[in-house]
Design a protein around this ligand. Sequence first.
Ligand SMILES: Cc1ncc(COP(=O)(O)O)c(C=O)c1O
Length: 392
Amino acid sequence: MHKGYFGDYGGMFVPELLMPPLLEVEKAYEEIVPTKSFQDRLNQVLRDFVGRPTPLFRCPNLSAELGFDLWLKREDLAHTGAHKINNTIGQGLLAKMMGKTTLMAETGAGQHGVATATAAAMLGLKSVVFMGAIDVVRQAHNVHRMKLMGCEVIPVHSGTQTLKDAINAALRHWISEQASTHYCFGTAAGPHPFPLLVRAFQSVIGREAKAQMLAATGRLPDTVVACVGGGSNAIGMFHEFVPHPEVEIVGVEAAGTGEPGCFHSAPLNVGTDGVLHGMLTKLLQTKEGQILPSHSIAPGLDYPGVGPEHAHLQAVGRARYESVNDSQALAAFSTLCRKEGILPALESSHALAWVLANRETIRPGSQVAVCLSGRGDKDMGIIAEAEAKGLM
Ligand SMILES: Cc1ncc(COP(=O)(O)O)c(C=O)c1O
């Protein structure tokens, strides 16, 4: 593999002013992350602050109904309610060791912003979060959480005023503040080394899931499933299983409303190769290379690009990427609430919806492990709106 590439995808497509901070992060990733002292400190914080390991839970009622074992990797039970904290703790610790005083991030749904503000508060760092002005209004609850933890939330008024524009603003800000600031990128995307760095901190999900599955059943899962926004919970779940060809790997993108011609958020299903946010990957774009707006009922899946490693795993046939629409995700959300007493994030509901939609084709008796990337409390406003519109 060429450095920073996954097959044909990845790279560092950035203005030259961004090369010094990226090379500094690359050096820290190579020289600090593998050390015993860093790993010991990381594992201690993941255990005592984040609450790891998260359980691998076999759904008793749905498993009986479906005829195969449905397992959930419970990232919803991690501190702050989603997998995002695994990454922000890792990058926060690294930033401290690099001598930085500020953790900066972008956020769309606000989960990564909350996780960044949380890690920064615990580690004694300042936090600054860029957020599209529309998302600031849509995700007011998470904005409030960030501010309570001392975070400066900067609304971005350019472009579509959502995640894509927040990333652009954060990258620009980093150019001027690189001496004091680490850019804590929120997903396994962006320019090298972020896809590798975020994978390094999220792969704890799959490592734990593999050990837990072996302890519970004596074998590996037949299928692992995760939703794909930028791709961090998915690569975290998948990475450990990639070398095991007998384990089927399924990523699930958001098909939006599912109506013909509607906006969606499924670049691996319907996108084309192009460059965005410093990486070559699959994108939603016009023939002329203009980025198309994305849509999903799950705010954390609403992104027109995807991490380059997923584009590669798809290209080489090691993983397949499917999509489910908003109403399938809402139905899966309700099913998990009623049947198992777990209120999942709308993002995670997409992964579950794929399993429910494919129940007929999944071999009876098989073991299916779904990454439940987060809890749904943040989505209560969207759920209430969907109920009012008679969508569920
Ligand atoms: C709960 C949850 N799951 C999934 C995602 C999607 O991100 P990623 O694809 O990086 O895991 C998000 C993003 O905010 C999220 O909050």
